[in-house]
Every structure is written in structure tokens, then in C-alpha cells.
Ligand binder design. Structure first.
Ligand code: NAD
Ligand code: MG
Length: 387
């Protein structure tokens, strides 16, 4: 069997290392072409050597000499810069795991799509900011986008060969995050440590904070809208604290299909890596008798306004999702750096949405321009709040 050629963008992150774990267990199935990282040069070099990658790209140019030193004699080329990232995304690999966090991943994802690659997409911010452009580019280039985000992967599996016109609605499940039962007053004082301690999933810091505000579910509604072409009125969020049902599809006849599994990202990642086949994973098998019961509740939009704000941005369309995402990225970074409080995150996002003016973007360059302007607006707002 020919090995599937794969590149991993964001190889040192949570999704990136889970991907490496699966790929390294099955070196008979996968050949690693390129790995990229922002700054964890030691981890990047180790992974590149272990997997015999051809190319390792570090985002921080100051770290290139160290990467070169670590890779010396390994046969793996060290590189930095935009062209190198494009080469990792659109070079020899057939399958590209897009696992960079934030809008920073947008350009390489677009390169992979435009060159017709199969893209396993974890990087939801790319879809949130440029969904329409990405889906149109994928159609033009014949690229396949396989959703890795657990909810979207679940929906993708539940849709299977059914006709999209028979879908009544999508139900995205949400764990509710670490503050599911906290009041607004209690949330005002939470620390970054409490916010990143997710009850079910182990993830990067940014998405963990997004889960705590429930902005993550808001971004996921926008992601689902682009991936599956479903409008806002046919998408629902359901809080399900055990994270066993990863999402559901309701059909016009009243049938509801759900995908279940332990909360381990290696399951949706493996689904995308092996698609249309399946592969084994070391994830715990689901033991429903031990879990005993599953519970559900409606989301509380008063305590978690991010969900409402994100839905409004999706419905407004145009530049609103870009501004939402950019302001959120900046505010989450400021919260993690202890510069603003937890509730200031959504305040910043809402305010940035009303104060940033923009016209609908027609190109990735325009998306990036709106993103940049929304980030500076968010920073300005946060320094006003601090003053
Ligand atoms: P992470 O912070 O653990 O890792 C991010 C990766 O991106 C790292 O390898 C980092 O080096 C790289 N990176 C960061 N900034 C960069 C930049 N400016 N340029 C180039 N590379 C950069 O994040 P994560 O939790 O693995 O999440 C990655 C993406 O997957 C996010 O979009 C997230 O929303 C999505 N996702 C993650 C999970 C999860 O379980 N972690 C689940 C669903 C979706
Ligand atoms: Mg998710």
C-alpha cells in the first residue's frame, strides 16, 4: 500500500501532537513530508527527526539557526518565513493537517486548498474569518475539506450519504466548559488557570478559554454554517456536560443521528487521517454502562453572551465574523496575560463589533486587512478599559 503523504501545520500544539501520535504509530500508512511550529524549536526538531520529515518550518526567524543546528545531519531541511510555510502546506503532501491556532493559519490553509490538497481542518478561525472564500476555492481547485473539530467531524459522519435537503437541523453539543454552573459575579473573578482547566478535553490555551466563555461554540456555529451550508435558524446548541455525544443531525422525518465516543481528539483526527477508511486509535473505548447517564440542558445566553454575539455576527455576515474573531483572539491573549478580566473578553468583542467599520471582503488580503484593523481596535478598547 502506498503511504499517505502528510504535512502537519502546528505540529507542536495539542492537535498537532495528537496527530503525530497517530501517524507515528502507523508509519506503514503515513509518510511525513513537513512539520511546522511557531516557536517550540526543540519539539519541532525532535518530531522531524523521529518521523524522518523532509522539511521543518519554524515561524520565529530568530530560531532558525537553532533549528538548523538541531537538524544538522538528519536529512531534514530547516526553514522559516512565508514561502516555507506555503511549501509545507502546498508542497508534496496529499493531506494537510491544519492545526495552527488563530487567523495566523489562514494563508497556509488557503495555499493547501488552492493547490487541491485534502485538508484536515482543525483551525476553525480560518473558516470563521474566510469561510466563503475557502469553500469557493475548494470547489474551484477540487480540494476536500475534512472537519477535525469534534462536533463538525461528528456531523460529517452523521450526514454520510444523506441528502442535505433532508436535513432539518444540526445540533452542536457543548460541554458548557469549566464555568457551566457559575454565576456572572463568580465569573468576574476567575483566573486564567481556572479558565484553561477544561473538565473533559485537554486542549491549547486559546480554545480552552474560548470553551470557558462559550465563544468556542459560537465560532463552531459559524464553522458549521460554512462547512455544511446550513443557515442559523437550522442550527442549535445543546449543553451536554459529559461530552459523549459529539453532535447530532436531525432529519425531516424526525430521525436523529448522533456520533458518540470518548472525549479524545485522536478519534476525529484519526477519522480525517484515514478517511474514507478507518484506523485504530489508542483512545479509551466508550463504556456507557460505566458512564450510566447522559444529561442535557439548554445554553444560558445571559451567563454566556458570547454564544449570542457570535450567532449575531454569523447572521450579519460580511466582515462581522472577522471582527468577532480578531477581537476575541486579542482579548483572550490579554486575559491569559492577566491584563483584563474574564468578563472583559466579551465586552471587548461586542464593542469592537460596533466600532470597527468594514465592507464585505472579496479576497484573503482584504480579510487580513480587516483582521488587522479589528485587532488594533480591540487593543485600543482594552487600554481604555484599563485606564
Ligand atoms: P495549540 O496552541 O496547542 O497549538 C497551536 C499550534 O500552532 C502550535 O504548534 C503552534 O506552534 C502553532 N502556531 C501558533 N501560532 C502560530 C503562528 N502565528 N504561526 C504559525 N504557527 C503558529 O492549539 P490547539 O489546541 O492544538 O488548537 C489548534 C487549532 O485546532 C485551533 O484553531 C483550535 O480551535 C482547533 N481545535 C483544537 C482542539 C483541541 O482539542 N485542542 C479541538 C478542536 C479544534
Ligand atoms: Mg469543538
Amino acid at each position: 500500500m502506498n503511504r499517505r503523504k502528510i504535512s502537519i501545520l502546528g505540529a507542536t500544539g495539542s492537535v498537532g501532537t495528537s496527530t503525530l501520535d497517530l501517524v507515528e504509530r502507523r508509519s506503514d500508512r503515513f509518510e511525513v513530508i513537513a512539520l511546522t511550529a511557531a516557536s517550540k524549536v526543540g519539539e519541532l526538531a525532535d518530531a522531524a527527526i523521529r518521523t524522518s520529515a523532509q522539511l521543518a518550518v519554524i515561524n520565529d526567524p530568530a530560531l532558525l539557526p537553532e533549528l538548523q543546528r538541531r537538524l544538522h545531519g538528519s536529512g531534514c531541511r530547516a526553514a522559516t518565513g512565508r514561502d516555507a510555510l506555503t511549501e509545507a502546506a502546498a508542497g508534496e503532501a496529499e493531506l494537510v493537517m491544519a492545526a495552527i491556532v488563530g487567523c495566523a493559519g489562514l494563508e497556509p490553509v488557503m495555499s493547501a486548498i488552492e493547490s487541491g490538497r485534502t485538508v484536515a481542518l482543525a483551525n476553525k478561525e480560518a473558516l470563521v474569518t474566510a469561510g466563503q472564500l475557502m469553500i469557493a476555492a475548494a470547489r474551484r481547485a477540487g480540494a476536500t475539506i475534512l472537519p477535525v473539530d469534534s462536533e463538525h467531524n461528528a456531523i460529517f459522519q452523521c450526514l454520510a450519504d444523506n441528502r442535505s435537503c433532508d436535513v432539518a437541523k444540526l445540533v452542536l453539543t457543548a460541554s458548557g466548559g469549566p464555568f457551566r454552573s457559575r454565576s456572572r459575579e463568580e465569573m468576574a473573578a476567575v483566573t486564567p488557570e481556572e479558565a484553561v482547566a477544561h473538565p473533559n478535553w485537554s486542549m491549547g490555551a486559546k480554545i480552552s478559554v474560548d470553551s470557558a466563555t462559550m465563544m468556542n461554540k459560537g465560532l463552531e456555529l459559524i464553522e458549521a454554517h460554512h462547512l455544511f451550508g446550513v443557515s442559523s435558524d437550522r442550527m442549535e446548541v445543546l449543553v451536554h456536560p459529559q461530552s459523549v455525544i459529539h453532535s447530532m443531525v436531525e432529519y425531516v422525518d424526525g430521525s436523529v443521528l448522533a456520533q458518540l465516543g470518548s472525549p479524545d481528539m485522536r478519534i476525529p483526527i484519526a477519522h480525517a487521517l484515514a478517511w474514507p477508511e478507518r484506523m485504530e486509535t489508542p483512545a479509551l473505548k466508550l463504556d456507557l454502562a460505566r458512564i450510566g447517564s447522559l444529561s442535557f440542558e439548554a445554553p444560558d445566553l445571559d451567563r454566556f453572551p458570547a454564544l449570542r454575539v457570535a450567532r449575531e455576527a454569523m447572521e450579519a455576515g460580511s466582515a462581522a465574523p472577522i471582527i468577532l474573531n480578531a477581537a476575541n483572539e486579542e482579548a483572550v491573549a490579554a486575559f491569559l496575560a492577566r491584563q483584563i478580566g474574564f468578563l472583559d473578553i466579551i465586552r471587548t468583542v461586542e464593542e469592537a463589533l460596533t466600532r470597527t467599520s468594514a465592507t464585505p471582503p472579496h479576497s484573503i488580503a482584504e480579510v487580513i486587512d480587516i483582521d488587522r484593523r479589528a485587532r488594533s481596535m480591540a487593543k485600543e478598547l482594552m487600554s481604555e478599559m484599563a485606564a
